[in-house]
Design a protein. Structure first.
Length: 101
């Protein structure tokens, strides 16, 4: 998983065909569960997707730009275009919401 350290976010999401950006905070317990447990499992199954973490506390303007109200929020992009989003720590809910067949 990549930790986003510079801007704009669109540059990251356009560089790859598929990306999931996790908007969160290092102090958020639910965010830690997503980044430490859920994302590694998803990375094993969805090897064609780039997973990225964005610290919404550090880059508040970007979280605001993407209308992120709660952490963690996972946003699925295809070629830089938002396709789905979910606020959850449950792996089954995340998979079903983001990766609809």
């Amino acid at each position: 998983m990549i930790t986003i350290k510079s801007f704009p976010l669109q540059n990251y999401t356009r560089q790859v065909d598929k990306a999931v950006v996790i908007f969160g905070s290092p102090t958020c317990t639910a965010c830690k569960r997503v980044t430490e447990v859920v994302i590694p499992l998803l990375e094993q199954v969805h090897t064609d997707i780039e997973f990225m973490f964005l610290d919404g506390d550090k880059f508040e303007g970007t979280a605001d730009y993407y209308d992120v109200e709660y952490y963690p929020t996972l946003v699925y992009f295809m070629k830089g275009i938002e396709k789905e989003r979910i606020q959850s720590t449950n792996i089954k809910e995340i998979e079903s919401a983001l990766f609809k067949k």
